[in-house]
Design a protein around this ligand. Structure first.
Ligand SMILES: Cc1cc2nc3c(=O)[nH]c(=O)nc-3n(C[C@H](O)[C@H](O)[C@H](O)COP(=O)(O)OP(=O)(O)OC[C@H]3O[C@@H](n4cnc5c(N)ncnc54)[C@H](O)[C@@H]3O)c2cc1C
Length: 266
């Protein structure tokens, strides 16, 4: 069940060039949340901007009823959000959407994050750690300043393999190329990913080649967040036929099976 609540801002800090981490008190939302879901945030107390902005649940502290968001400033809404101060409240609608399907304990799991795409994957890793499921984590970014949540990944007990486009840290090249080299050496049962669409598309090509199941969290510009305005449509393969049908990231996703997404139609 989703709720609309006023969540108190506990902490708000800048953690990178355009990146902010926001800790909120929202026990009611946490009660029903699963990794991959998001909250729809009213970024200002006024009607400007009018529409909420979707941000994934990044991290949770169930005992304290706190959830964390990790966001990148890209435009007007996220710029307004940076002004939220501890003690103030932010109106949240959530948890929304369909999250990741958790793997079985015995499965060999890989998690691939590109840039800010790491945001929902930390909550997934928290849940894996809680269930004693190990995972190989691949983290890519354009340069080392844009590699996010490295410490969080390590503190959860996972060792991230790092890749940067400019070679300033870790493997020099796309995170997907680093993964592809390793896939030839080791079997993998399931891959979870979030990142820019071109990265996901190239990941899909590799994984479908190896016939490895995967789940991706997709991002589309979103209006209402609850399936009414239909603005966040994405293309999903139509069952048993060529072509695609439209599905909505807010209610049918944001997590989709990678095999379902019509990668070549986007
Ligand atoms: C389910 C979901 C979960 C998300 N989780 C996170 C998260 O955890 N952290 C995070 O930083 N961002 C996340 N996003 C993206 C975030 O919602 C957008 O960056 C934000 O809405 C932009 O708002 P704005 O007003 O700052 O920018 P706008 O002024 O609206 O747009 C500025 C630029 O951002 C692009 N943009 C706008 N909305 C989106 C969008 N939904 N997805 C991708 N690009 C967009 C526009 O094309 C434009 O170029 C998520 C999006 C979805 C759909």
């Amino acid at each position: 069940m989703s709720l609309i609540i006023d969540a108190e801002v506990i902490e708000h800090e800048q953690v990178g060039p355009d990146f902010y981490r926001l800790k909120l008190l929202a026990p009611e939302i946490l009660k029903n949340a699963v990794p991959g879901q998001f909250v729809h945030v009213r970024v200002s107390q006024s009607l400007e901007p009018l529409l909420r902005r979707p941000i994934s649940i990044h991290n949770v502290n169930r005992e304290k009823g706190q959830l964390m968001l990790l966001y990148q400033v890209v435009g007007r809404g996220t710029a307004v959000l940076t002004r939220a101060k501890p003690g103030q409240s932010l109106n949240l609608l959530g948890p929304l959407g369909r999250g990741f399907t958790l793997p079985a304990e015995s499965q060999k799991v890989v998690v691939v994050a590109g840039g800010i795409g790491v945001a929902p994957l930390i909550y997934l890793l928290q849940e894996l750690a809680l269930n004693s499921i190990s995972a190989a984590v691949y983290l890519g970014a354009r340069s080392k300043e844009y590699l996010l949540a490295v410490k969080e990944i390590s503190s959860l007990g996972f060792t991230p393999f790092l890749a940067t486009d400019d070679g300033s840290e870790g493997y020099h090249g796309p995170v997907t190329s680093m993964l592809e080299k390793d896939l030839a050496k080791q079997p993998v049962d399931i891959v979870y990913s979030c990142g820019p669409f071109p990265m996901l598309k190239s990941l899909a090509k590799i994984l479908m080649n190896y016939n490895i199941p995967f789940e991706v969290s997709l991002e589309e510009r979103m209006g209402c967040g609850v399936g009414a305005c239909l603005s966040c449509a994405c293309k999903i393969k139509s069952a048993g036929e060529a072509g695609y049908v439209y599905r909505h990231v807010c209610v049918d996703g944001p997590v989709f099976s990678g095999q379902e997404v019509a990668w070549d139609e986007a």
